[in-house]
Design a protein around this ligand. Structure first.
Ligand SMILES: [Zn+2]
Length: 49
């Protein structure tokens, strides 16, 4: 599952429930939408190179 922080726009991946952003600690997180998920995956693949 990919999540987005509403406060700092940090995108991260976690298994199971998440209650706080790992970057800023905000509780305002939500599941990423399809476009955000795709760009997260694309960025991850680029980082591997
Ligand atoms: Zn955050």
């Amino acid at each position: 599952m990919v999540y987005v922080c509403e406060k700092c726009k940090f995108v991260f991946e976690r298994q199971g429930e998440v209650s706080n952003c790992p970057d800023c600690g905000s509780g305002h997180i939500r599941p990423a939408d399809e476009a955000e998920r795709q760009s997260y995956i694309a960025g991850k693949q680029q980082a591997k190179k």
